[in-house]
Ligand binder design. Structure first.
Ligand SMILES: *Cc1c(COP(=O)(O)O)cnc(C)c1O
Length: 449
């Protein structure tokens, strides 16, 4: 009988992160300075990031050593378990084998601590006193708040105002870890004041909160900025997920035919997928590797591959990525972590090169999949992660149709214990599907820089 729970010992935890930049067939396009319109000089970014992370951002070194201090903290929840979803397979009556890597076992409840910890570590090492950041639904803010408290750093979190009001428990969680949480837009920054002057009732957006956090860091010497997704160094840190999963799949005795993860900025997707993309490039494997996003925020499936800013006030560099435009404010879908207008440059380049694929689902079918998963596997998944579950279920059904015993691996990026109001809305029939209208999309694309 195949194992249900495939575990690694602490000794088997990876000692290095894997850097896909060493193996990409087409290298990344460089970031462009918002000030000069030229290729960004690293010194410009040094105002808000520590040197070690900037080095990782541009590194082509294949393996980057995980510092001992970081591994020590990772060991609180890593290696994370890999499960065989036996009961779900039975319920679907599929010949497919469904495996999932579970990142919800981390203290913050998601994969985001995998990068929060090294980011806090490198900033502390370079003498920084405080980190500023933004958070939407609150997962990133709570991960960074915990990491900062472990390294004795102060933490300021600009939280999208609508979430600040609707998600009081994520806010309390950050405060327990000692972070200061400010509803964004705020009057702490010029970017925030400008928005409030135009619209005093603005409920905020991720793009606005990023502008505020970046400005805070840029205007204070002892403060740096931390981003929870999108950037190359974040993708690098998250590869600990895929490296572990690859070892666990070896133990299970199967190599995945399909690798699936949900995608907001692309970090949990890249974390699971990159070690398998490596095998595709270097060993000729023909694994399908799929990023799953909401139809309400379809940057990968309907966005344009072009240079765009990462924030609303255009303080960040322009990056080459699939984007819906930095002006895009998605409708209030319940997967708060999947509401970013762009996507990670690494993931975008790989999609452009045909090494990975992307798919979008409406939220009703996503919650339906989440409920089925919970009823069979016992874990109530985060609405974000449930996009991956939807796709995995559809792959298992396609395998049944084809009569093939395919092996499916997906990432369960987090649990949904702080998202019960979203489940309430689903169960009481208040959720609706929304898809970005074609003419709105055209307007957004035409407005790109
Ligand atoms: C933040 C978050 C995401 C989306 O972010 P990515 O960078 O795309 O991974 C997905 N799942 C969970 C549970 C999250 O907290």
């Amino acid at each position: 009988m195949d194992e249900i729970k495939i575990l690694l010992t602490e000794k088997e935890m990876p000692t290095h992160w894997y850097n896909i930049q060493a193996d990409m067939p087409n290298p990344l396009q460089p970031p462009i300075s918002p000030r000069t319109g030229e290729v960004m000089a690293p010194e410009e970014l040094a105002v808000i990031f520590p040197e070690a992370l900037l080095k990782q951002e541009m590194s082509r070194e294949r393996f980057v050593e995980i510092p001992d201090e970081v591994r020590e903290i990772y060991r609180l929840w890593r290696p994370s378990p890999l499960f065989r979803a036996r009961r779900l397979e039975k319920a679907l009556d599929t010949p497919a084998r469904i495996y999932y890597k579970y990142e919800g076992v981390s203290p913050a409840g998601s994969h985001k601590l995998n990068t929060a910890v090294p980011q806090a570590y490198y900033n502390k090492k370079e003498g920084i006193k405080r980190l500023s950041t933004e958070t939407g639904a609150g997962q990133w803010g709570s991960a960074l708040a915990m990491a900062c408290s472990f390294f004795g750093l102060e933490c300021t979190v600009y939280m999208v105002k609508v979430s600040f009001q609707q998600k009081p428990y994520r806010r309390s969680m950050m405060q327990v870890f000692g972070a200061e949480v400010i509803p964004s837009p705020s009057d702490r920054t010029e970017a925030g004041k400008a928005i409030l002057a135009k619209d005093p009732d603005s409920t905020g957006s991720l793009g606005i909160a990023i502008s505020e956090a970046v400005e805070d860091a840029a205007t204070h010497d002892d403060t740096n900025y931390a981003l929870g997704s999108v950037l190359n160094h974040v993708v690098l840190h998250q590869t600990v997920i895929g490296l572990e999963a690859k070892k666990q799949m070896e133990k299970a005795g199967y190599y995945p035919d399909v690798v699936i993860a949900c995608s907001g900025g692309g970090s949990n997707f890249s974390g699971l997928a990159m070690p398998f993309v490596h095998d595709k490039i270097k060993e000729g494997k023909n694994t399908r590797i799929m990023a799953v996003e909401p139809t309400a925020c379809p940057s990968l499936t309907r966005g344009k591959f072009t240079y765009d800013y990462g924030d609303t006030a255009h303080l960040t560099p322009k990056m080459m990525m699939y984007t819906l435009g930095s002006e895009f404010v998605p409708p209030g879908i319940h997967a708060g972590g999947l509401r970013y207008h762009g996507a990670s440059p690494i993931q975008s380049q790989l999609l452009h090169d045909g090494l990975i694929e992307a798919k979008a689902y409406g939220q009703l079918s996503v919650f339906e999949a989440a409920k089925m998963f919970a009823q069979n596997e016992g874990i109530i998944p985060a609405p974000e992660s449930s996009h991956a579950i939807r796709a995995a279920i559809d792959e298992a059904l396609a395998a049944k149709e084809a009569g093939e015993a395919r092996t499916i691996l997906f990432n369960l990026s987090g649990h949904g214990h702080f998202d019960m109001s979203a489940y309430d809305a689903y169960l009481s029939g208040k959720l609706t599907d929304s898809s970005l209208p074609e003419d709105t999309l055209k307007e957004l694309i035409n407005a790109l820089p």
